[in-house]
Design a protein around this ligand. Structure first.
Ligand SMILES: Cc1cc2nc3c(=O)[nH]c(=O)nc-3n(C[C@H](O)[C@H](O)[C@H](O)COP(=O)(O)O)c2cc1C
Length: 242
């Protein structure tokens, strides 16, 4: 058995941490793996903010759509997509763009930074799990732009992409189900997504819960947290859209 494949095939998010601390050695090992992740042009357009301060974790538990388990994490890693440092570098060195002044980061720069940050984040999850820690992504870190900017001193052209909370745990929940491979893997070209495809893709969920589509939509997309996420992400994006 390949231990990495075994680890990846048994992933579950953990939302119940025990009191056993995450050691400095564990943190260092995780960060070393994070930094080895691929990044576009090897520019490493992210900043990682490790958070252990209990007050800060408690603040995040509230500001990230009231998720109390965040406060119990032994360690949280905030992954910030970051075009600011390279912008500062280009400005400091007086680069020009076809002779015209440097224009600053554009949307593709942000998209690459987001990809860099997520690759780094997933490396942290894999590394942490390999050390026996449990992890959970917190997407709600994209909410409350003004509050999180101030809390973490975030400059312009940066955006929190994800928060990975981690800690030791006592028991592991059952693996959550996934869509069947045929609905997410399509060889060579995009699949023909007709009604039969959609019916098959959601058959499991719809057989378990009546009116699954509306209930899911109301719980996720129509919810207040999602409205706040839309507002907050637009606040960040405005900088790149100029
Ligand atoms: C981008 C992203 C954002 C997420 N945000 C949250 C979150 O805010 N709170 C939470 O409890 N789980 C969050 N999760 C975890 C997912 O709910 C979880 O991965 C999914 O339900 C599948 O469960 P599993 O990871 O246990 O297999 C997030 C996962 C991802 C990838």
């Amino acid at each position: 058995m390949n231990p990495v494949i075994d680890l990846l095939k048994n992933h579950t998010s953990i939302r119940l941490f025990n009191e056993q601390p995450v050691t400095d050695e564990e943190e260092q090992a995780i960060l070393a793996c994070v930094l080895r992740g691929a990044s576009a042009g090897n520019m490493m357009q992210y900043t990682i903010i490790p958070i252990r301060n209990k007050e800060t974790l408690a603040k995040l538990a509230e500001s990230c759509d009231d998720q109390p388990f965040i406060a119990k994490a032994g360690l949280a890693l905030l992954f910030v997509a970051d075009n600011y440092k390279w912008k500062r570098f280009f400005e400091s060195r007086g680069v020009t763009d076809h002779g015209a002044p440097y224009r600053g980061p554009e949307i593709p720069d942000l998209m690459l930074a987001i990809q860099d940050a997520m690759i780094a984040a997933q490396n942290s999850v894999i590394a942490a799990e390999s050390l026996g820690l449990g992890t959970c992504y917190i997407g709600d870190i994209m909410e409350q732009a003004e509050y999180h900017r101030e809390l973490f001193h975030l400059p312009s052209y940066t955006m929190p992409v994800t928060l990975v909370v981690m800690g030791h745990f006592d028991s592991k929940p059952q693996l959550r189900s996934r869509f069947d491979t045929q609905y997410v893997v399509s060889r060579e070209v995009y699949p023909s997504v007709d009604e039969t495809f959609i019916n098959g893709m959601f058959q499991k969920e719809e057989s378990k819960q009546e009116n699954f589509a509306q209930k899911f939509y109301s719980r996720k997309i129509e919810a207040d947290f999602f409205k706040e996420m839309i507002r907050s992400v637009n606040v960040y994006l405005a900088q790149w859209l100029k």
